[in-house]
Structure formats: structure tokens, C-alpha cells
Design a binder for this molecule. Structure first.
Ligand SMILES: Cc1ncc(COP(=O)(O)O)c(C=O)c1O
Length: 432
């Protein structure tokens, strides 16, 4: 376990060099710690629920490479399956039986998915599903929710969450108004606002896309009846309902949030866990809609590395591991201990917080709450969060470096990990 202060000499050296080589020194913005301040740590290796940085500090990890590491990092069975697959080559660019195996597993697991197309990232899955929504309905407008993140494609960079929220970027330069003009937005959990948008744009809305549990403005759950209400509204307006389960798929339940909430969308996007730590995304849904996708139908979408054997192998092995009885009970129990413990410690130490968890996903806001949407989330005391984040880091606990990101646990997290985390939180919160 790390004791303060952290050794950071090598991290600082490498990150300083990285800043000269790559914008902001990173390959993806939130990693740069801009919203929490201080130097990011540079990772050296990961195993199970733990990570080690380049200065040999050890941490308990609650980021899990932003969700994929649900079985713990570098699970030995995933690694040995990958080693075996490697001997057959890294990419075929042609049909391979592993695609069938993972497709069957996804179709069997996720209630809405009758056919699936593999891509290489969550962003790619979401931008492709949007094209499909438009192709199928012949309509251009879509509804998304404030603070929901669906990857970095132009038409989604409107009131987006994740790094866009973290860096306080409401939009991005370079995104033409003509592209975002068809993206309508509503506050999360606000059915009336959605009704109004349908009324104001009759026959023009292709559908609604949302995170069925939000993880990109911090952790926000849908109010009772919200998902059901969206299902009804889309049906009444001949529009499609799309769940972006890039984060929640195979995490909230084996069949995703749609299994847990018993609301079946028309289309679903996936990513993260189905790649088992390798780059994968997917979109799928009703057979009649998926039949529009090339080469079965006219909607074009393609990918050189899509369905590549290594990514398929890591995904298959990860899903096999998740199928073991008790997986989701374990995730739920361990994450509840963590979340309840954090809330209790905050209360005992006199901090206004709110938060919660579902399965292996959790969040904590520094505001009394309740948090139903992004506007509520923004009331969180970000300075306090930054101090909390740094304090936890110095105690060997690696949390997402932004208030506007959910936390993740894995089946590799142990009661001992939770005990250590809560002990650290007690010390840090007492001195905030
Ligand atoms: C809900 C959701 N959709 C889409 C994406 C984009 O996925 P990727 O980063 O793999 O492009 C993310 C990424 O965090 C996400 O959380």
C-alpha cells in the first residue's frame, strides 16, 4: 500500500516527455487529470483489481480501463486464450468462426439483439447506429440527453458527458452546425421534455439514444418509469429506441441494463466488456432493422479490423467467465459494501454527498442531491472532489480522475480491497 507522499519521479518525467509528443500528453483526454489537477500517474502493469505505476506505487483500481476489466485486469484465462489465438495471426480481414461464437453469445444474452455487427470502438458503434436509425426511418433528427456520452462523433458532441463535461467543453470546434442541427437534447429523466420535442417535430424524429444508466455525468440511475415512458413515446411516434450499453452492457446484468429494467429497445450499442480489454464495439437489434446494414442492405458501414480474431477471443473468454453462477451477485454485494461505506463515512465526517451503485457500477457526488440529471450533477463541489481524488490516490486508491465519470468494480475486487478503500476514505474525508 502506498503511503503519502507518492513517488512520482518517473511518472513526471514520462508525462513531461509525452506532452511534447502527443496533445496533452495522452491518447484520450480524461486521462490527463486536468479536472482534478496534479500529475497523472503513468501505469506500468495491471493485474486483478490492482495496478502498479512506473514508480512502483501500487493502487486498488476502480477505473478498470474505463469498464472493460470486469473480470479483473489480465485475467489468466483471457491471457492464455489470447496467447493461443495469437499463433493463428492477428487479423484476417475475412470471415472467422470466432465472430459467430461471440455473435451467438451476444444475441443469446441481450434481449433486444437478434443480429449484431462488430466494430472497433464504442464511438464507432454509436455513429453507425445513428446512421442506421436514420436509414431505417427515413428521418434525420434524433434525441439525446444532456450529459450522456455516445462517443466523439460530430453529431453526438452536443451537451455530451465524459471528457466533454470534464473539460467544460459544451461543444467542440470543428463540428459543423449543419451536423448537430438534427441533434435535439432533453434533460435526463425528463419525459415531459421528450414529449415536447416529439410534438414540436412531428414525423421528423428517427429515434432516441440514451445511456440506460448514465455513467458519463457521474453515476445517475433512471427514475422509475423513465425507460418505460421512452419506450412508449417512441412507439407512439414510430421512432426507434436505442440503448447505448457500451458501458452498462454485461455490467449491470449479463443482458445489460435492458435485462435489469425489463425494457427492450429496438437497437443496442455495446463495447468495452465485449472486447475483454481489446478494441471492440458492436451494434445490434431487431432483425428487420439490421437487415438494412451492408452488404445485406443499403446502409454502408465497414471496418478493416472489425471482428478481428484477437478481440473476438478476449470477448468470448470474458463472457464465458461472466456466465459463472454468482458473478453478478458478487459484483453487486462488493460494490454495495463500497458505496454504502463511502456514503456512511462522508456522513460521519460531515460532508454533503449522495450516490449509489447498481451491480459493478457506482458513483459519489459531493452534493446533498438528489442527482437526476446533468444539471444536478454539476452542483457537486468539484474542488472537494479534486482533493478527495488526490487524497485517495496518495493512499493507493485509483479513482476516475473526474467527478463526471462512474466508478467500476470487478469480480477480482476482494473484501480486503474494499476494507482498505474504506479505511483510506475515512482518513481522506476526515481531512478534506
Ligand atoms: C456510453 C458510452 N458510449 C460510447 C462510448 C464511446 O466508446 P469508445 O471510447 O470505445 O469509443 C463510451 C465511452 O466511454 C460510453 O461510455
Amino acid at each position: 500500500m502506498v503511503t503519502t507522499p507518492l513517488r512520482t519521479t518517473k511518472s513526471e518525467e514520462i508525462f513531461t516527455a509525452a506532452k511534447k509528443l502527443m496533445p496533452g500528453g495522452v491518447s484520450s483526454p480524461v486521462r490527463a487529470f486536468k479536472s482534478v489537477g496534479g500529475q497523472p500517474i503513468v501505469f506500468d502493469r495491471v493485474l486483478g483489481s490492482h495496478i502498479w505505476d512506473i514508480d512502483s506505487n501500487e493502487y486498488i483500481d476502480y477505473v478498470g480501463t474505463w469498464g472493460p476489466a470486469i473480470c479483473g485486469h489480465a485475467h489468466p484465462e483471457v491471457i492464455s486464450a489470447l496467447k493461443a489465438a495469437l499463433d493463428n495471426g492477428t487479423s484476417f480481414g475475412a470471415p472467422c468462426v470466432l465472430e459467430n461464437v461471440l455473435a451467438e453469445m451476444v444475441i443469446e444474452a441481450v434481449p433486444s439483439i437478434e443480429m449484431v455487427r462488430f466494430v472497433n470502438s464504442g464511438t464507432e458503434a454509436c455513429m453507425s447506429v445513428l446512421r442506421l436509425m436514420r436509414a431505417f426511418t427515413g428521418r434525420d433528427k434524433i434525441i439525446k440527453f444532456e450529459g450522456c456520452y455516445h462517443g466523439h462523433a460530430d453529431m453526438f458532441l452536443v451537451k455530451a458527458g465524459s471528457g466533454v463535461a470534464t473539460l467544460g467543453l459544451p461543444d467542440s470546434p470543428g463540428v459543423p452546425k449543419s451536423v448537430t442541427g438534427n441533434t435535439l437534447t432533453a434533460p435526463y429523466n425528463d419525459l415531459e421534455a421528450v414529449k415536447k420535442l416529439f410534438a414540436e417535430n412531428p414525423g421528423e424524429i428517427a429515434g432516441i439514444i440514451l445511456e440506460p444508466i448514465v455513467g458519463n455525468s457521474g453515476f445517475i440511475v433512471p427514475d422509475a418509469g423513465f425507460l418505460e415512458g421512452l419506450r412508449l413515446l417512441t412507439q407512439e411516434n414510430d421512432a426507434l429506441l436505442v440503448f447505448d450499453e457500451v458501458m452498462t452492457g454485461f455490467r449491470i446484468a449479463y443482458g445489460g441494463a435492458q435485462e435489469r429494467f425489463e425494457v427492450t429497445p429496438d437497437l443496442t450499442t455495446l463495447g468495452k466488456i465485449i472486447g475483454g480489454g481489446l478494441p471492440v464495439g458492436a451494434y445490434g437489434g431487431r432483425r428487420d432493422i439490421m437487415a438494412m446494414v451492408a452488404p445485406a442492405g443499403p446502409m454502408y458501414q465497414a471496418g478493416t479490423l472489425s471482428g478481428n480474431p484477437l478481440a473476438m477471443t478476449a470477448g468470448i473468454k470474458t463472457l464465458e467467465l461472466l456466465q459463472k453462477p454468482g458473478t453478478y451477485e458478487y459484483l453487486d454485494n462488493i460494490t454495495k459494501r463500497l458505496s454504502d461505506g463511502l456514503l456512511q463515512i462522508a456522513q460521519e465526517t460531515g460532508h454533503e454527498v449522495c450516490g449509489g451503485q447498481v451491480s459493478g457500477m457506482f458513483g459519489l457526488f459531493f452534493t446533498s442531491g438528489p442527482v437526476h440529471n446533468y444539471e444536478d450533477a454539476k452542483k457537486s463541489d468539484l474542488t472537494k472532489f479534486s482533493r478527495f481524488h488526490r487524497g485517495m490516490l496518495e493512499h493507493g486508491i485509483y479513482l476516475a480522475p473526474s467527478q463526471f465519470e462512474a466508478g467500476f468494480t470487478s469480480i477480482a475486487h476482494t473484501d480486503a480491497d474494499i476494507d482498505k478503500t474504506l479505511a483510506a476514505a475515512k482518513e481522506v474525508m476526515s481531512n478534506l
